[in-house]
Ligand binder design. Structure first.
Ligand code: HGY
Ligand code: MN
Ligand code: MN
Length: 405
């Protein structure tokens, strides 16, 4: 059996054109028209394999190659929704490569003992709808279907209505294909494999993270007539808190990170002391203790602002502990890389993935391929066609062993 490397790379380029804007990469936020078009293209490729295509009630799209037994399936998959101005590979690579695995098995006229499912999960990124990982949260019952359907987007649209509107509110239950093992193929999105010149990352787990929405309210006032000592300036208060949080991460003994990805002032006028500052914090750490410490520091910083007279709302919109993956699955992946004389290393993922949720219900692991200079969530995201084909080969070997085990 062989992956069709040419078609894999051609399809990644094609999907990468959906929602593309010249010089700004592509944007396919969950449940938007662009996401609908991406879903339509990927569903067509799934159908072309001859396998079944099943859509569940949270909009996950499953390509199902029925096995001879009625054992629980083996699953691979990832996501095709993107962040704003994204690269073409994040998530898409794991879905398109999974489809190629099914196509290779069908072409070889083999019938797997166990059913093999390739899933495109809904709203992995969580940019328009938080929390992130919505499709896999519902599948693993970390979130109820009805709660997920009631989530309201940053642009004020209810999840269930938008899912209906784009035509992906499926009939199937999200837990119809709960697997006995899950393997996700993904680009590293970090600099390690590329810097070390290694072909494969054997992913042993994912770091923990929490996402926060913060609103600081002070008092809007005249920029010219209001003495500095009499101000309740929400803008400078927010910036001081942000400085404190990001410096703590930079000074941490662990590889902690903190990102302020969105920031807005009201009334957003050059000559008005800001009355309100709203922003998000994405904090991550491989160690639960220091992540918890960083969260406690954030709460303390908010309490100090309240003592100064600011009204502050602080909401945690997503959170996941660090997750360890299956050591036996990692060994299998490592052996498969070695069998193909591919260099590999064990690595922990800095980015979150649906695999983080799947690890709650079954043995789970991930396979990484290098990202050039570690760039991701950026149109310059790049892996060579050969690197992408190599990762797909290792996925094929691993999945075939699992469905035949
Ligand atoms: O945020 C992440 O780590 C992933 O790209 N959703
Ligand atoms: Mn991403
Ligand atoms: Mn991803």
């Amino acid at each position: 059996m062989k992956i069709d490397a040419t078609r894999l790379n051609a399809r990644l380029d094609l999907l990468g054109q959906v929602g593309a804007v010249e010089g700004q990469g592509r944007t396919r936020l969950a449940l938007t028209e662009e996401d609908r078009l991406g879903r339509k293209l990927v569903s067509m490729w799934m159908r072309e394999t001859g396998a079944e295509v099943v859509i569940d009630s949270i909009g996950n799209i499953h390509c199902v190659l029925r096995g001879q037994s009625d054992d629980a399936p083996i699953m691979t998959g990832s996501h095709i929704d993107t962040v704003r101005r994204a690269g073409a590979l994040d998530g898409c690579y794991g879905v398109v490569a999974g489809i190629e695995v099914i196509a290779a098995i069908v072409k070889a006229r083999l019938k797997p003992r166990k059913t093999l499912v390739v899933t495109a999960f809904t709203n992995e990124e969580g940019v328009r709808y938080t929390p992130d990982l919505l499709g896999s949260r519902v599948m693993t019952k970390e979130m109820s279907l009805s709660d997920a359907l009631h989530v309201v987007s940053t642009d004020g649209k209810r999840f269930g209505e938008e899912l209906d509107r784009i035509g992906y509110a499926g009939e199937a239950s999200p837990w119809e294909f709960l697997p006995s093992a899950f393997v996700e193929l993904h680009i590293e999105q970090g600099p390690v494999l590329d810097a070390k010149g290694l072909a494969i990352g054997v992913v042993e787990g994912v770091q923990g993270y929490s996402w926060w929405h913060v609103a600081v309210e002070g008092r809007a006032n005249h920029a010219g007539t209001t003495p500095m000592a009499l101000r309740l300036d929400a803008g400078t208060a927010a910036m001081e808190l942000i400085r404190d949080i990001t410096k703590r991460s930079a000074d941490s003994l662990t590889p902690a990170v903190a990102t302020i990805g969105t920031f807005a002032l009201e009334p957003n006028s050059i000559n008005v002391v800001p009355g309100k500052a709203s922003f998000t914090i994405d904090m991550r750490d491989p160690y639960i203790q220091t992540l918890a410490r960083a969260e406690a520091d954030l709460r303390d910083a908010v309490a100090a602002l309240r003592d100064e007279g600011f009204k502050v709302t602080l909401n945690c919109t997503s959170r996941n502990d660090p997750v360890p993956f299956s050591s036996s699955l990692c060994e299998r992946i490592e052996n498969n890389a070695q069998a193909r004389s591919l260099s590999s290393m064990r690595i922990v993922s800095g980015a979150s993935h649906d695999a983080q949720m799947m690890a709650r219900v079954c043995p789970t692991a991930m396979i990484f391929v290098p990202s050039r200079e570690g760039v991701s969530h950026n149109p310059r995201e790049f892996s060579t066609p050969a690197q992408l084909a190599t990762g797909a080969d290792v996925l094929l070997d691993t999945l075939w062993q699992l469905v035949e085990a």
